[in-house]
Ligand binder design. Structure first.
Ligand SMILES: Nc1nc2c(ncn2[C@@H]2O[C@H](COP(=O)(O)OP(=O)(O)OP(=O)(O)O)[C@@H](O)[C@H]2O)c(=O)[nH]1
Ligand SMILES: [Mg+2]
Length: 290
């Protein structure tokens, strides 16, 4: 998973020179770090290397790692919601892995002894409800769902009442995938957000956007547009098992200031992990393929 994407760069150059800088800049952009983040990093690096009189690319690698770790540092309260009564909405474009992540998370939370309730507010297609039901069964948790075509707002409303009545620790709401440029569907999300906050005001609210790591800079654009319609508390970056590039996590955190909280590394129920920024950055800039 995104291990040593830049390894060849560091093994190809041992001394810092203009060719190294050019190649580094190109590789950072190819690695999905985004132009803005790449430029900021390059400026910092050049200044620091000059100021400290460094010569070896290995020194540059350590500087990059420390700088990027700084960008990726999670807020201290990033996972507080896990230990409180929480109502979560999971959003994102079509096919990024929302429903799968919900199944995986439900399973993890339930294994931690939490009472988990899933809400199937993707009423756009019948198969979506069935899919979530399969995950609810696998994770051994309860589920509330609307029928195909039902108003997702009413599903969220019902789920909130049910979560309170059953004293659920964790309510996780699945939503239909939607393109970030479809205004009415985006506004619908804002409505769901309001309903859930109003109906379950005692719960900590957590809105999570799921982004597919293999889509690179597209994921950045999606996150920006979703952030316009509702507060986003965290990101799940999926399909990291299918890409060698991992820079998108850095670009998004740097440009949007939203922390990555979990990563998806496969299709199985256990293929979700809490995001460990230090480990991630060390891996991304590892010197050798390990
Ligand atoms: N390799 C890999 N596949 C994943 C991962 N997460 C999800 N998938 C796959 O991605 C596909 C889509 O997953 P879903 O969970 O249905 O995605 P969704 O966002 O709910 O899709 P819609 O509801 O249609 O918008 C499925 O085939 C999943 O198995 C992951 O971390 N790695
Ligand atoms: Mg889905």
């Amino acid at each position: 998973m995104a291990k040593g994407f830049f390894a060849r760069l560091f093994s190809g150059f041992s001394e810092i020179d203009d060719d190294f800088y050019d190649e580094l800049e190109e590789q950072l952009i190819l690695g999905d770090m985004g132009v803005n983040t790449t430029m900021e990093l390059m400026d910092y690096l050049k200044d620091e290397i000059k100021y400290r009189g460094l010569k070896k690319t290995e020194d540059a690698r350590r500087l990059i790692i420390d700088y990027v770790k700084g960008i990726m540092k999670q807020p201290e309260d990033a996972y507080d919601f896990e230990n409180k009564t929480c109502a979560m909405i999971v959003i994102g474009v079509n096919g990024v892995g929302k429903t799968t992540c919900i199944g995986k998370l439900a399973n993890q939370y339930r294994k931690q002894g939490k009472k988990v309730l899933l809400a199937g507010a993707d009423t756009f297609r019948a198969a979506a409800i069935d899919q979530l039901k399969v995950w609810a069964d696998r994770a051994g948790c309860m589920m509330i769902a609307g029928n195909e075509g039902a108003d997702p707002g009413s599903v969220i409303y019902d789920a909130a009442q049910s979560a309170r009545a059953r004293k659920a620790d964790m309510l996780i709401c699945d939503t239909a995938g939607r393109l970030h440029n479809k205004k009415n569907l985006m506004n619908e999300l804002a409505k769901l957000d309001k309903i859930l906050s109003a109906e379950l005001s005692e719960a900590v609210r957590e809105n999570i956007i799921v982004l597919d790591a293999t889509t690179g800079q597209n994921a950045m654009q999606q996150a920006k547009e979703f952030k316009e319609v509702m507060k986003i508390d965290g990101i799940i970056l999926t399909k990291l098992d299918s890409t060698a590039k991992g820079g998108i996590a850095v670009a998004i955190t740097s440009e949007l200031g939203v922390p990555v909280k979990y990563i998806g590394v496969g299709e199985g129920i256990d293929d979700i992990k809490r995001f460990d920024p230090d480990e991630y950055v060390e891996n991304l800039f590892a010197a050798e393929e390990q």
